[in-house]
Design a protein around this ligand. Structure first.
Ligand SMILES: [Zn+2]
Ligand SMILES: [Zn+2]
Length: 248
C-alpha cells in the first residue's frame, strides 16, 4: 500500500507545536544534566578539572546559542513565497503569440515540477490552481501551509514550517549545530553514564540525579546518530543541487 508522506504530514500539523515543546524539554534536560549536575560543580574544584569544565561549559553555551538562533530562524522565517500575480518574465512556452499567459499545468495536485532531465532540458514554470497564481520552476504547493513555497524541500513538523529557498540555510545550520551539541553532550556525559551503574548499585547518589543523567545521555546519543544521517542526506542533496521533494 502506498502511503503519501506529505498527506500524512498534513494530519500532523498540530503535532508540530508539541514538537517545539519537546525540543525545549530535551534542551532543558540536557542543560540540567550537563551544566547543573555534572560540569558546573567541577568548576569549583580548581586546577585542571576547573579549566576543562570551563571549556566544556563555554562550548556547550556557544553551541546552544547557535542552534537556538538557527532553530528560531527556520521556525519564524518565510520559507519563500511567490509574489502575487507572478508570471514568468520570458518563457516562450508559457505565452501565446498575442502575449497572453498559457499555464503549463493546472491540475488539482498543483504539482508542476517537470524534471530538469525532461525533453526541454530545463525546469519549467506552471500554474497553481489552489493559489490561483503562477508557479516558478522548482516551486511546490504545501498542503499543510496551504501555499506555494519556492524551492520547497519538505514541510518539517519539528519547526512547524516549510523548509524552502529562504530558510534552507538555517535548517542546515540547525542540523549541524544540533549534531555538534548532541555529540558533545554524549561525550561529556559518558563518564557519568558509566558511573551510573556503579553509583546506582552503591546508592551513593540520588536516584533523581542518576535518572536525569541517564535520560540525557540516551536522548543525546539517539539525536546525534539520527542527525548524522540527516546531515549526510542533506549534504548529498546540496551537492547534487536538488531537494527532498525532487529526489522523491
Ligand atoms: Zn500553491
Ligand atoms: Zn508547509
Amino acid at each position: 500500500m502506498d502511503i503519501n508522506l506529505f498527506k500524512l504530514c498534513s494530519g500532523l500539523k498540530f503535532l508540530g507545536y508539541l514538537m517545539i515543546l519537546l525540543v525545549l524539554a530535551i534542551v532543558a534536560v540536557s542543560y540540567y544534566a550537563v551544566v547543573l549536575l555534572t560540569w558546573g560543580p567541577r568548576l569549583l574544584r580548581g586546577g585542571l578539572s576547573s579549566f576543562f569544565a570551563f571549556f566544556v561549559l563555554l562550548l556547550f553555551h556557544l553551541l546552544l546559542i547557535l542552534l537556538s538562533w538557527s532553530y528560531f530562524m527556520v521556525v519564524l522565517r518565510d520559507p519563500g513565497s511567490v509574489p502575487e500575480n507572478w508570471r514568468p518574465a520570458r518563457d516562450e512556452e508559457n505565452f501565446e503569440g498575442d502575449g497572453s499567459y498559457l499555464p503549463h499545468e493546472a491540475s488539482g495536485s498543483g504539482s508542476t515540477w517537470p524534471s530538469s532531465n525532461g525533453s526541454e532540458g530545463r525546469p519549467r514554470s506552471g500554474f497553481c490552481i489552489r493559489c490561483q497564481n503562477g508557479k516558478p520552476p522548482r516551486c511546490h504547493h504545501c498542503s499543510v501551509c496551504q501555499r506555494c513555497v519556492l524551492k520547497m524541500d519538505h514541510h518539517c513538523v519539528w519547526v512547524v514550517n516549510c523548509v524552502g529557498a529562504c530558510n534552507y540555510k538555517f535548517f542546515l545550520l540547525f542540523l549541524l549545530y544540533t549534531f555538534l551539541e548532541t555529540t558533545m553532550d554524549t561525550l561529556v556525559l559518558l563518564p557519568s553514564f558509566i558511573d551510573f551503574f556503579s553509583e546506582a548499585k552503591d546508592h551513593s547518589d540520588s536516584p533523581g540525579k542518576l535518572a536525569v543523567i541517564f535520560v540525557a545521555f540516551v536522548l543525546n546519543l539517539a539525536f546525534a546518530l539520527s542527525l548524522l544521517c540527516f546531515l549526510v542526506m542533506h549534504g548529498s542533496l546540496v551537492f547534487s543541487n536538488t531537494t527532498s521533494i525532487e529526489e522523491c
